[in-house]
Design a protein around this ligand. Structure first.
Ligand SMILES: C[S@@+](CC[C@H](N)C(=O)[O-])C[C@H]1O[C@@H](n2cnc3c(N)ncnc32)[C@H](O)[C@@H]1O
Length: 295
C-alpha cells in the first residue's frame, strides 16, 4: 500500500502551496483569518507540516484590519520529523529525495513561512509532550489527531481553552479513512459542538464550540474500549448523516471499517465493508484502501 492514501486520500493537483491541503482549504483559512478572526483567542495549527495551513492563516492575519489581531500569532505545532509516507507528497518538487525518514524538516518549514515569520510561533516536538500555556483559543486547526494518544493530548491540552460560542475547531481528517477515533470523540462531545461548515473538495469539517465541556470529559484517557458497541454504531451513523453526498459518506464509512482493522477484528471490518457496499455507497479511494488492507 502506498501512503498516498495513508494520511490524505489524494494528492491534490490544484494546490498552490506544497502541502496536503486543497486550494479550497487554503482559501478558506486565509479568508477566515482575514475576515472572521476577532483576536479574542489564539489561532492554533496542529500538524502544520510544510506550512500549507500556516501560510494562508498568516496571510489572512496580515490583511485583517482589526487592530486587536495585530499582535496575534499563528501557533504552529509539529514534530517536523520526516516520515516515509511524506515522500509521495513531494514527488516532482525540489524536496523530492531531500529528506530521509527521521530527519528534521524544521528548517524547510522556517524557510517557507519566512515572509510571515513575525506572525508565526513554532512549537517543534511531540504533541503528546508539548503543553499549551492555557491561553484562550479561537481557532483550532487539527491535522495531528493520528492516534488515541494524540487525541487524548489534544483534548486535554487544547480543548479546555476553547471559548464558548466563539471558537471553531477544524477536523482536517473528518472524512478520512484512517482516523476512526475522530468520529467516536466528536459523537461523545456532540452536545458541545455544532457542525457549521464543510470545506468543499476537502476532508475538513468545521465545528463551532457551543457549550462548555465538563472537565471530567476532557481529562479522560479515551481508547476504543471507552465506547460501547451501541455508541460506535450511533457515532458513525451520526457522522455519515452529517453529509448527503455518497462520496463523503463512503469516506466516513471507511473510517468505521478501519476502526475494526485497528482492533484486529477483520471479520467485523469485512462485514462493515460489505454492508456499506450493499447499501450502495460507492467504492471511493478510501474504501478501496481499507478493502486492500483486508485482503
Ligand atoms: C497529515 S500531516 C499534516 C499536513 C498539513 N496539515 C497539510 O495539510 O499540509 C500530519 C502532521 O502531523 C505531524 N505529527 C504527527 N504526529 C505528531 C506528534 N506526535 N506531534 C507533533 N506532530 C505530529 C506530522 O509530522 C505531520 O506533519
Amino acid at each position: 500500500m502506498t501512503i498516498k492514501s495513508l494520511f490524505k486520500n489524494y494528492l491534490n493537483p490544484c494546490r498552490t502551496l506544497l502541502g496536503m491541503t486543497t486550494q479550497d482549504e487554503q482559501s478558506y483559512f486565509e479568508k477566515y483569518a482575514c475576515t472572521n478572526y476577532s483576536g479574542e483567542g489564539e489561532i492554533v495549527d496542529l500538524g502544520c507540516w510544510l506550512g500549507s495551513t500556516t501560510i494562508p492563516l498568516a496571510k489572512g492575519l496580515y490583511k485583517n484590519p482589526n487592530p486587536k489581531v495585530q499582535s496575534r500569532k499563528i501557533h504552529a505545532f509539529d514534530q517536523f520529523i520526516w516520515e516515509e509516507w511524506m515522500d509521495d507528497f513531494v514527488k516532482g518538487t525540489q524536496l523530492e529525495g531531500k529528506y530521509k525518514p527521521g530527519k528534521s524538516f524544521l528548517e524547510e518549514f522556517k524557510k517557507r513561512i519566512q515572509p510571515w515569520s513575525a506572525s508565526v510561533k513554532i512549537y517543534a516536538g511531540d504533541l503528546c509532550q508539548i503543553g499549551w500555556d492555557g491561553k484562550e483559543i479561537e481557532f483550532l486547526l487539527i491535522d495531528a489527531m493520528k492516534s488515541w494518544e494524540l487525541l487524548n493530548a489534544i483534548i486535554s491540552k487544547f480543548f479546555p481553552c476553547l471559548i464558548i460560542n466563539k471558537s471553531y475547531i477544524v477536523h482536517q481528517d473528518f472524512a478520512h479513512w484512517y482516523t476512526s477515533w475522530i468520529h467516536l470523540i466528536q459523537y461523545r462531545l456532540r452536545k458541545y459542538f455544532k457542525l457549521v461548515h464543510i470545506i468543499p473538495n476537502s476532508t475538513s469539517f468545521i465545528f463551532k464550540y457551543v457549550n462548555e465541556i465538563p472537565k471530567e470529559m476532557l481529562n479522560m484517557n479515551y481508547s476504543a474500549s471507552s465506547f460501547s458497541e451501541e455508541e460506535v454504531e450511533y457515532a458513525f451513523e451520526h457522522s455519515i448523516n452529517l453529509v448527503s453526498d455518497k462520496f463523503t459518506q463512503a469516506r466516513i464509512a471507511s473510517a468505521k471499517v478501519m476502526l475494526f482493522i485497528h482492533l484486529d477484528n477483520k471479520a467485523r471490518a469485512k462485514y462493515e465493508l460489505d454492508k456499506y457496499l450493499t447499501k450502495g455507497l460507492p467504492l471511493v479511494s478510501d474504501l478501496k484502501v481499507v478493502k486492500e488492507r483486508l485482503t
